[in-house]
Design a protein around this ligand. Structure first.
Ligand code: AKG
Length: 277
């Protein structure tokens, strides 16, 4: 911001006006929500059935499993007993727009996060047979731990199972709402076909359950967030040439990725998108 652009002193009238503006824009986000977005806001998770076609899921699985096996051979479990988190390389087939840019999915995300969201995480979670159940958890800490109000959703996890999930192979479990569930509450479980997409408020309490099957249950995990949100995991890593070759929605979505060489000199405002200059 240039010195001449500095805001004038804030009066109580300004504060009142700003409050009205904020309420207005929240209200318009709310009034334009589809049934899926409503469910996501109300329950903390919504499932979009079989969004990815079977051939593409098979291609993703075929590329993913050897990478995972190689990774697991050199590093131990990092998400509990026989469970592995692994980052995804931003290269084919994982860089395919069908994965990060499905129109129906982005439409729901936009209705919940507003238009200025970014993809800040590109990874996966896989329980192997014999995996232990995880403790229930939220992804990330509360924005304001000292505040009892619940702000609107600012961050979504996007989960894409690469195999059909049944009762035996480690379905994701979750609890409605954002309050920590009591011990006697039974969780919901995602059981369904590969290629479905689960959109989850990252504050939703959840856990990976044990895999009692005879094969791993690979699930891709992306994170879409409002642009100011910080999460302490590695961002997607993209060569500048790969980033520049993305279609416009991709360049918006990945503008806060770890781009080499970087889009801007150190000290520049990282959050500015390439279209805001
Ligand atoms: O693998 C799963 O089902 C959930 C994984 C998870 O929530 C985590 O590792 O944080």
């Amino acid at each position: 911001m240039l010195a001449g652009d500095l805001p004038h002193a804030v009066s109580s009238a300004d504060v009142a006006t700003r409050k009205v503006e904020v309420v207005t824009s929240d209200a318009s986000l709310e009034s334009n929500r589809s049934a899926e977005a409503e469910r996501l806001v109300a329950d903390g998770l919504v499932v979009l059935d079989e969004v990815l076609v079977a051939e593409f899921v098979a291609e993703l699985r075929g590329a993913f499993m050897p990478l995972l096996e190689e990774y697991v051979a050199t590093s131990g479990p990092n998400r509990g007993v026989r469970r592995n988190q692994m980052y995804l390389p931003f290269e084919p087939p994982f860089s395919d727009r069908r994965l990060w840019g499905n129109q129906a999915v982005l439409a729901v995300v936009e209705q919940v996060l507003g238009p200025d969201f970014e993809c800040i995480y590109y990874g996966s979670d896989t329980p192997y047979p014999g995996s232990a159940p995880q403790p229930i958890h939220q992804d990330g800490d509360a924005l304001f731990p000292e505040w009892s109000e619940r702000p609107p959703i600012y961050s979504l996890s996007v989960n894409i199972p690469l195999v059909d999930v049944d009762e035996t192979n480690g379905p994701l479990e979750w609890f409605e709402g954002t309050a920590r569930p009591a011990d006697d509450i039974d969780p919901n479980r995602f059981v369904g076909p590969a290629g479905s997409i689960l959109l989850r408020d990252t504050r939703t309490w959840h856990r990976g359950s044990e895999n009692r099957g005879d094969a791993p249950r690979p699930m891709l995990a992306l994170m879409y967030t409002r642009s100011w949100f910080h999460f302490p995991l590695q961002r997607p890593v993209l060569d500048r040439s790969v980033y520049e070759a993305l279609p416009d929605p991709g360049r918006r979505l990945f503008r806060a990725a770890d781009i080499t060489p970087p889009l801007r000199a150190a000290g520049d405002r990282r959050r500015l998108g390439p279209y805001d200059d």
